[in-house]
Design a protein around this ligand. Structure first.
Ligand SMILES: NC(=O)c1ccc[n+]([C@@H]2O[C@H](COP(=O)([O-])OP(=O)(O)OC[C@H]3O[C@@H](n4cnc5c(N)ncnc54)[C@H](O)[C@@H]3O)[C@@H](O)[C@H]2O)c1
Ligand SMILES: [Zn+2]
Ligand SMILES: [Zn+2]
Length: 342
């Protein structure tokens, strides 16, 4: 832990005080060297915060607002943004984890710029982020739940609703029941999918999946019983389960890949079978969601009792317990550990 210097917000930026930050496997991929990112950055990309001060030209946020931070801050000008696909924005606002001195607002006391993961670095007690990364939600949302809306929840629910387009009465198989997979189960239950089958190697996760709305939950070695679903969602990021997902979908079914492998890993499938069976494989980035719409919408559904997001919070921790939280995640122990800032 290190004390840093934070500049005031520039035009179209806001300074925030972190309220809560979830520990996501996409942080662990970086810690474990599976994804290439600059070193010496502030990790964390799943967080909720209060606005502290606003830069010039920010007219729709004010100090005290509760915001969920989006790990892609859409520029609203590139081709992807114009197609209403902000999750594919190629020139997102803010610094990202780049260390460009003109973009970095955080510095060491020696003046050296510090990058912040995905432009939000939610393991920092304070950050300056792009205005477009700060999405105001109902202030009654508990901060730890709000934090999870910033990644796992939107990723899982969005993969079901937006990317896969699951409809009521369709069968869904979710492989991997971390924060992302359990959120996918909740999303499937919310749209009235039937039956919903959930798979994990951990018995504790199976019990949670049933509480999240799964009709049956199976240990990974029983996966053969789950053949033939209309939709299969892979929420781990292992080649073995990615290839399995393609096998398990029914002919005409849709395979939605949500879990992410180490960079550069390749999977294979039987092309003849895939084509003859008319299956479709889709990649889901950030739940194909529009944060400015989906974050407040999901918070409202939670407050109305339609999404049991409390199930996702295994433990509230302090910043000093982050390493232990990463170790637990490596063991598949627990769903989300959420850093709560004092
Ligand atoms: N597509 C996106 O936009 C996006 C966004 C967020 C996270 N992710 C990725 O999604 C993945 C899941 O993230 P998370 O935070 O939920 O991770 P997590 O580590 O909390 O969950 C993974 C789950 O998979 C289970 N598992 C491990 N091996 C298994 C196996 N062989 N069979 C069945 N279950 C197994 C674990 O027990 C655990 O419950 C990660 O790869 C992460 O990087 C993708
Ligand atoms: Zn994440
Ligand atoms: Zn863009």
């Amino acid at each position: 832990m290190e004390e840093c210097v934070l500049d005031p917000p520039q035009p179209a930026e806001v300074r925030v005080r972190m309220a809560a930050a979830g520990v996501c496997h996409s942080d662990l991929h970086v810690v474990d060297g599976e994804w290439e990112r600059p070193t010496g950055i502030v990790l964390g990309h799943e967080g909720a915060a209060w606005v502290e001060s606003i830069g010039e030209g920010v007219d729709d946020l004010e100090p005290g607002d509760l915001v969920v931070l989006a790990w892609t801050a859409p520029c609203s000008r590139c081709d992807a943004c114009e197609r209403q696909q902000p999750w594919l924005c190629v020139t997102p606002d803010g610094s990202g984890h780049r260390l460009a001195p003109e973009l970095a607002r955080m510095h060491r006391t020696t003046g050296e710029p510090i990058g912040i993961y995905s432009g939000i670095g939610t393991f920092g007690e304070h950050q300056v982020v792009a205005r477009s990364a700060a999405i105001k939600i109902d202030p009654r949302t508990p901060p730890d739940i709000a934090a999870l809306i910033g990644c796992a929840v939107t990723t899982g629910i969005g993969a079901v609703r937006n990317t896969a387009g699951v409809k009521a009465g369709e069968s869904v198989l979710v492989i991997g029941l971390g924060g992302v997979g359990l959120s996918a189960v909740m999303g499937a239950a919310a749209v009235g999918a039937h039956p919903i089958t959930a798979i994990d190697t951990s018995p504790a996760k199976l019990e949670l999946a049933v509480r999240a709305g799964a009709h049956r939950a199976l240990l990974a070695d029983k996966v053969d019983q789950a053949r033939g679903a209309d939709h299969v969602l892979e929420c781990i990021g292992l080649i073995e389960t990615v290839e399995l997902a393609v096998e398990l979908a029914r002919p005409g079914g849709v395979i939605t890949l949500v879990g992410m492998t180490p960079q550069g890993h390749r999977a294979s499938f039987d092309v003849y079978r895939l084509v003859e069976d008319g299956k479709q494989i889709r990649g889901s980035n950030y739940g194909s969601a529009v944060p400015a719409q989906d974050f407040p919408q999901i918070a409202t559904e939670y407050l109305e009792g339609a999404l049991p997001l409390d199930l996702l919070v295994t433990e509230r921790i302090g910043l000093q317990e982050l390493d232990a939280a990463f170790d637990a995640m490596r063991r598949g122990d627990g769903v989300r550990r959420v850093v709560v800032f004092g």
